[in-house]
Design a protein around this ligand. Structure first.
Ligand code: ARG
Length: 284
């Protein structure tokens, strides 16, 4: 048995380590409920325990802060039971944002996100087409891995390219279980390393992904089903769900610090750790 001791981190190696996902927008879970069923995981007869949900969310916030990240908050609205999943608000790059066009059940969230982004100096645009925000659009250096065909209309990709200057890489998931791309693919090191569930992407998407020249970490479907890929990585620390020991070990073997947290309550809404944080510092 060999044990991998993470040696003096990448930052000491001379190559300029680029950290992002260090500035996050979150929203309290105090009004988190299952009022409707818009993904296969939501069941109105299986409600989160309110105190446990708040405690679970608090531990995620605490883990981000302990990793040296900054967390900002948009005020929760009692009429918006899914608002704790702020990843769906928009995609942000530099000082620009493209606002999501959420399913009708979640549409009341959007004015809150627009107001917060505008008040904080972002140049916000929107689109008439369905768009799941960062849930379906993962920044990876100058690339934006963007899904279409479920919560995001392919016509949004042009808007993302134009307003944010990304080279958009279009991907499709194989099932409504992966209704958002952030359940199927995770950016571990922007421009360098991705993790993905090979069963969650269709064949053309797998070919596209494998042609990008990035290091790819395959994740076991059973772990992906527990939302293992719904993680936040800043290139140094990975904050992820418990219950995916193989992925956690793979990431540690790469020299990353890994923090595993319980996500029992968030799962009832069909989301996990990545879903609760909109990245505000994707480099322009
Ligand atoms: N209940 C929410 C919905 O269906 C969950 C969103 C999860 N967010 C994500 N980025 N995957 O919209």
């Amino acid at each position: 048995m060999t044990s991998t001791v993470p040696t003096a981190s990448a930052s000491a190696s001379g190559s300029a380590e680029q950290l992002s996902h260090r500035r996050l927008l979150m929203c309290s879970a105090k009004y988190f409920r299952i009022d409707y069923e818009i993904n296969p995981y939501m069941h109105t007869d299986v409600q989160p325990d309110p105190a446990a949900a708040v405690a679970e969310h608090d531990r995620i916030v605490a883990a981000h802060l302990a990793a040296g990240r900054t967390v900002e908050f948009v005020e929760a609205d009692p009429m918006c039971p899914d608002m704790t999943y702020t990843a769906n608000a928009a995609v942000v790059r530099g000082d620009r944002a493209v606002l999501a066009t959420l399913p009708p059940e979640r549409a009341p969230e959007t004015p809150h996100y627009r107001a917060w982004l505008e008040a904080n100096g972002f140049d916000v645009t929107d689109t008439p087409y369905a768009f799941s925000g960062q849930g379906d659009a993962l920044a990876c250096g100058d690339l934006l891995l963007a899904a279409h065909g479920r919560r995001t209309d392919a016509r949004v990709h042009r808007v993302l390219a134009r307003h944010l200057g990304y080279e958009v890489v279009g991907l499709r998931t194989t099932s409504a279980r992966w209704y958002d791309l952030d359940l199927a693919v995770a950016v571990i090191r922007p421009g360098r390393t991705l993790a993905y569930n090979p069963e969650a992407l269709d064949q053309p998407s797998l070919r596209t992904l494998r042609g990008l020249g990035l290091e790819l970490i395959p994740v076991r479907p059973a772990e992906a089903a527990r939302f293992a890929l719904n993680l936040v990585s800043d290139g140094r620390t990975v904050t992820m769900t418990a219950g995916a020991p193989h992925l956690a070990a793979d990431l540690r073997a790469q020299g990353l610090a890994v923090v595993e947290l319980d996500t029992t309550e968030l799962r009832k809404g069909g989301g996990g750790i990545r879903c609760t944080a909109l990245t505000l510092d994707n480099p322009a």
